[in-house]
Design a protein around this ligand. Structure first.
Ligand code: SF4
Length: 382
């Protein structure tokens, strides 16, 4: 179904059972006793926005974290149901395999959730251990059965590649395991491990990833996804055609989205703003009837256009031909083969996707007449 382009809504759930060594997200393992207070605050923030902001019904809702599947099913559903949605809105919830239970999936299906995003990262216990993460044997298969039994038609698997104890064969095995699931995922996100300041991984150089290994693993992901019938549509994302994440597509086309919860970011017509990262300050602000917004920036027209190009470059819709000078075109298309022409656009090749940052620094905002060319669509046919 095609939905009218409209705002996306993101809800941040900042609770995790344990903290992974690479994680810099706003999430806590020692605040589970504050779940009820947090849910009440998020509901209040949603109600205040509905009253004070001319948001309109959401085209997409994405509940992320953290680990949303740690919330009681009724709490998750109360949050989702509090958000005014368009007919056919895409509603996605991030889950960890361990907490993806039959009870939770049945409740989510009942309140309109149509996509689950499973944080798997690897199917190798040794690789997971080197990321400071664990997974109970069999939990992934049980999670996928629970999703299917509840009638939730689409799910994504998140993988991370580049852990210190990972070999190419480990990552290939993870990909094989994932695509052998029944039903198999119709969407894959595979991210290169990155080192975030302040994490245990950042303090341990022996565990830092190797660029060549990551490039090889990217190729493995691309080959496995293609063999399973998924096509790349953003550097780190592959989908069965029609199963792309509409929420992500809308973010990449600089659509409006409203974030609720601590550390949640929002975007409205070139104004970006974000809530306080502090759990306690978030609760206190909402309790006192104040805004939780802690900062904002406004993008001027040229920065907005530059960002549009950078985001579009990362997608299979590429950039207008005018975004690259004739000299850079010779270099990037003919010599290095990082870009290829496709329907009046320049699109990253597989090699280009691995070296996308090298291409991005050479982009220039084209003349206005070239900006009217098609770009990342706001919706996908489904
Ligand atoms: S489960 Fe996800 S959000 Fe939680 S600590 Fe691990 S990486 Fe971070």
């Amino acid at each position: 179904m095609d939905a009218t382009p409209g705002p996306g809504v993101y809800v941040h759930v900042p609770f995790c059972a344990t903290r992974c060594d690479y994680c810099a997200f706003a999430t806590w393992t020692d605040k589970v006793h504050l779940v009820d207070a947090y849910v009440a605050a998020v509901l209040e923030e949603i109600a205040a926005a509905a009253e004070q902001e001319d948001l309109g019904p959401a085209a997409t809702v994405y509940v992320g974290g953290g680990t949303p599947s740690l919330l009681p099913p009724s709490a998750l559903c109360t949050i989702i149901e509090a958000i005014e949605r368009q007919d056919g809105a895409e509603v996605t919830v991030e889950c960890n395999p361990e907490s993806t239970t039959n009870e939770l999936m049945a409740a989510l299906a009942d309140c309109g959730v149509g996509r689950i995003s499973l944080g798997v990262q690897s199917t190798s216990p040794r690789v997971l251990a080197s990321l400071g993460r664990s997974q109970h044997p069999g939990s992934l298969r049980r999670a996928v059965s629970a999703i299917a039994d509840a009638g939730i038609g689409r799910y994504n698997v998140d993988l991370i590649y580049g852990a210190a104890d990972e070999h190419d064969a480990d990552f290939a095995a993870s990909l094989r395991d994932v695509f052998a699931l029944d039903p198999a995922p119709s969407h894959l996100s595979a991210y290169a491990l990155t080192i975030e300041a302040g994490t245990p991984l950042a303090r341990d150089p022996h565990r830092h990833p190797d660029d060549d290994a990551q490039a090889r693993r990217y190729i493995l992901a691309d080959e496995a996804a293609e063999a399973a019938g998924l096509s790349w549509y953003e550097i780190s994302n592959w989908a069965v055609p029609g199963h792309e994440s509409r929420h992500n597509l809308d973010c990449w086309r600089q659509g409006d989205y409203r974030g609720f919860g601590c550390a949640a970011h929002s975007h409205r017509g070139g104004r970006r703003f974000w809530n306080t990262v502090s759990f306690e300050r978030y609760l206190a602000a909402i309790r006192e009837g104040k805004t939780a917004v802690a900062g904002e920036e406004r993008l001027d027209a040229s920065r907005y256009a530059e960002e549009a190009l950078e985001l579009s470059l990362r997608t299979r819709w590429g950039v207008p031909e005018g975004a690259v000078s004739p000299d850079d075109r010779r270099l990037l298309v003919e010599e290095a083969r990082l870009l290829e022409p496709r329907d009046d656009r320049l699109v990253l090749t597989r090699k280009g996707r691995i070296l996308a940052n090298e291409v991005a620094v050479r982009l220039r905002v084209p003349e206005p007449e070239h900006l009217s060319a098609p770009k990342v669509p706001s919706v996908t046919n489904r």
